[in-house]
Write a protein of this length. Structure first.
Lengths: 118, 112
């Protein structure tokens, strides 16, 4: 099946610093990518939707100035957590929509990135 | 998107078929039923999707009732590696802006 890769898989950063997470679609072009956050024992929560070449659309309650999303190409989207705080520690997951007709617009997920802010 | 209802947890013996139900009584005519699963500490994995006909692939079978108000995901021969949280999601497939909205899913435990 289609592959979506995230990097890094886990990262520890100091409070107040920024950290960038990359999401790549390896074998298909993704015009739309989605970013989720998941806290322990909870379900995935959609943070934002990004379309290639345009500004991301954020879900209610998600600060766009804190979670910067860039989708500069059809295979790469990045999420930057700015001025990270311990409460931002979470599992961040990206997904990408395969827009090819044969795939039926199926959405594939990355492996996730664990962020720990100390 | 239509709301889905799944049992919070299920057990299944290894080698047996695991039948995971999902209710989606408010589904619209243009909404598909998608199934994903999430193994602990990993990203969700696509399993299967369908509109109204039953579907089968190398991972599972999807049975959708004639009125489309419910469906069942069948793992024909469950293994220990199938232990995961299974999510049933109803979504319109066309268009660029339609994200997958996850509920709480069913936590499936496959036992030896």
């Amino acid at each position: 099946g289609a592959v979506v890769s995230q990097h890094p898989s886990w990262v520890i950063c100091k409070s107040g610093t920024s950290v960038k997470i990359e999401c790549r679609s390896l074998d298909f072009q993704a015009t739309t990518m989605f970013w989720y956050r998941q806290f322990p024992k909870q379900s995935l929560m959609l943070m934002a939707t990004s379309n290639e070449g345009s500004k991301a659309t954020y879900e209610q309650g998600v600060e766009k100035d804190k979670f910067l999303i860039n989708h500069a190409s059809l295979t790469l989207s990045t999420l930057t957590v700015t001025s990270a705080h311990p409460e931002d520690s979470s599992f961040y997951i990206c997904s990408a929509r395969d827009g090819a007709a044969l795939s039926g617009n199926t959405i594939y997920f990355g492996e996730g990135s664990w962020l720990t802010v100390v | 998107d239509a709301k889905t209802t799944q049992p919070p947890s299920m057990d299944c013996a290894e080698g047996r078929a695991a039948n995971l139900p999902c209710n989606h009584s408010t589904i619209s005519g243009n909404e598909y039923v998608y199934w994903y699963r999430q193994i602990h500490s990993q990203g969700p994995q696509y399993i299967i999707h369908g509109l109204k006909n039953n579907e089968t692939n190398e991972m599972a079978s999807l049975i959708i009732t004639e009125d489309r108000k419910s469906s069942t995901l069948i793992l024909p021969h469950a293994t220990l590696r199938d232990t995961a949280v299974y999510y049933c999601i109803v979504r319109v497939t066309l268009g660029t802006g339609y994200a997958l909205n996850f509920g709480k899913g069913t936590s499936l435990l496959v036992t030896p």
